[in-house]
Write a protein that binds this ligand. Sequence first.
Ligand code: PHE
Length: 339
Amino acid sequence: MLDKVNELILEVKAFKANSKEEVESFRIKYLGSKGILKDLFGEFKNVENSLKKEIGQALNNLRSAATDKVNELKDAFESATESQSSYGDLTRPAEPIPLGARHPISIVKNRIVEVFNRIGFTISEGPEIEDDWHNFTALNLPEYHPARDMQDTFFIEKNPDLLLRTHTSSVQTRYMENNTPPIRTLSPGRVFRNEDISARSHCIFHQIEGLYIDTDVSFADLKQTLLYFTKEMFGKSKIRLRPSFFPFTEPSAEVDIYWGLETETDYKITKGTGWLEIMGCGMVDPNVLKNANIDPTKYSGYAFGMGIERIAMLLYQIPDIRMFYENDVRFLEQFKSVL
Ligand code: PHE
């Protein structure tokens, strides 16, 4: 019997299982109520007293070997299933991570900024609630000047000196106060005008304005910069400048780009002319320089300004300006692929 028990111990130690089920039947085979150990202990009763000690020890060894084996294998299978559930099926195709999208206004603003960054313009920002001086007076728009009516203004009732800025030219006023030429700055930001809301206009929109001041800046520099911009931004290389009026620039011009008349939409957005107005510009009025303590006999400069919504509507063929502010996910999701 001793030999048999020792053989069984070796067998138990060498046992390997491929599944939980195999471990279970192994347990039943050795440790179950009708198992091998039960039988052996039954036989043990008939063993001669002189052999009882040795065989008894061997039986105990067999029992603990079997118990250890079962526990060891059970643990192994359990940790295997645990790690399986935490990693999942590694061969399964990945689930898409829902990505956000940048707002089209940010996309277009970043692109404009990037184009002007390349020729040395840096960004400046200012407050949305502005005082009269920075938004109007310093820009050659004294009180009661009729040109103030060009931009319907939201005033702050409690303090008539305060208003919501009607253009980001106010940031340029501040920049000129705090910096000396040469100045090359770009001011993007939100502006406010008391206008009826429609598909084409809104009371809140975004502008980006540029200001360049140095010695010997000429209208040719302005035109060349605008040409560079339209080429980089729209891939169009034909522009025209129409005489216009802004109180803060003299001479002033409206910039049109030749968009072309290739598709039906081209006809629609250019009203059949092929030309599209994209911004206002001009040479900084000497009065504006004087107001900022910059000597107009020594320095000259140009400025330009455009509406970001308008450019975005052109680039993405967006028919209604209100779509920018409704935050309809179906609209916003369409800009996922653009950086
Ligand atoms: N500030 C002008 C506007 O809001 C745009 C502009 C800027 C025009 C600079 C000329 C020069 O309409």
